[in-house]
Design a protein around this ligand. Structure first.
Ligand SMILES: [Zn+2]
Ligand SMILES: [Zn+2]
Length: 319
């Protein structure tokens, strides 16, 4: 390690982010893609895109999708944080640099879905040339799940009432048909973890049912977001049984992402995510909204079910 005090500009990350991103667990290597990553063009991340690309090359992860936050609520942190041309230039530039080095980089987005901004979101996605559009419900400043409010919110309420506002917004996101996938479907588990255990979610499958049906009806994919494995929930968003139920209902599109905001989280839990998708009966896993037909097979670990990356970016049409 170099001496950080020896004349290095303060802007350089402490430690060695590439080494941190390369490290990772043995299961989280040699996989088709990580479909959910945040760079310094997200307000809550400070990772250079080349850090992810270098780590992907070193770890045998064939594709990565850069899905920086875009918010439409003017009071939200990612509102106008980085405009579309800036984000696209950043990602496409890196894609060119890494194209011959074994890593495909997709230009994605993670939209914070709020029903009241649906017209603006629709307009943005219609003109944004995204390869992979994730729509996610986040916990916003005025929501009952913030650290300051969550204890008072859960007191005296039934489980259905507690998760009601979050699930209603996720249902609207699924029904909108705007996204390739809905991200971290039950992310509210993270905020409820000290008060409501993940088991309470598993005991209420009926609350997931309309959401999963809406995903199937609109042809929207389901994301297996592995960030929950490193957070208090200690399981993916959503849990394996939800992925299995989605499959039973006719769901055909699943994506997997680590949702890294720091270098060391790159691809974290990805191996488990692929296992969950395979365990639910999915024979292929795709990014973007294009049809899997005619797409090349990405490397997968020997003896594992076939998983395919979906390079929608190779077409000129964004959906
Ligand atoms: Zn998110
Ligand atoms: Zn994210």
């Amino acid at each position: 390690m170099t001496d950080d005090t020896a004349g290095r500009p303060a802007a350089i990350d402490p430690g060695d982010p590439v080494a941190e991103a390369v490290e990772g667990r043995p299961d989280d290597r040699d996989l088709p893609f990580d479909g959910h990553l945040h760079t310094r063009l997200s307000p809550d991340a400070d990772v250079a895109i080349d850090t992810y690309a270098a780590a992907a090359a070193a770890r045998g992860i064939a594709e990565i999708a850069i899905t920086d936050h875009v918010d439409f609520d003017p009071s939200a942190p990612a509102y106008a944080f980085a405009d579309l041309p800036t984000r696209e230039r950043y990602v496409r530039g890196a894609a060119e640099r890494w194209a011959g080095r074994g890593v495909t980089i997709r230009f994605g987005i993670e939209v914070t879905y709020q029903a009241r901004y649906e017209p603006e979101i629709r307009e943005h996605l219609a003109r944004g040339p995204y390869d992979h559009a994730i729509g996610s419900v986040h916990v916003m400043r005025d929501d009952p799940y913030t650290r300051e409010r969550v204890a008072a919110w859960v007191a005296g309420r039934s489980f259905a009432e507690i998760v009601g506002p979050y699930f209603a917004e996720v249902l609207a996101a699924a029904r909108s048909g705007l996204f390739d996938v809905v991200g971290h479907l039950d992310f509210v588990k993270r905020y409820l973890a000290p008060h409501v255990p993940p088991a309470a979610f598993a005991a209420a499958p009926e609350l997931y049912e309309p959401i999963l049906r809406a995903l199937v009806e609109t042809g929207t994919g389901l994301e297996v977001n592995t960030s929950g494995l490193r957070q208090a929930a200690e399981e993916t968003y959503p849990a394996p049984w939800v992925v299995a139920r989605f499959r039973e209902l006719g769901g055909s599109r699943v994506t997997i992402g680590s949702d890294a905001h720091v270098a060391r989280s790159f691809a974290f839990g990805l191996g488990r995510g692929y296992e969950i998708a395979a365990g639910a009966g999915f024979a292929e896993v795709a990014m973007g909204g294009g049809a899997p037909a005619g797409l090349g097979e990405a490397p997968s670990r020997a003896g594992e079910p076939i998983v395919r990356a979906n390079p929608r970016a190779s077409s000129t049409v964004a959906g």
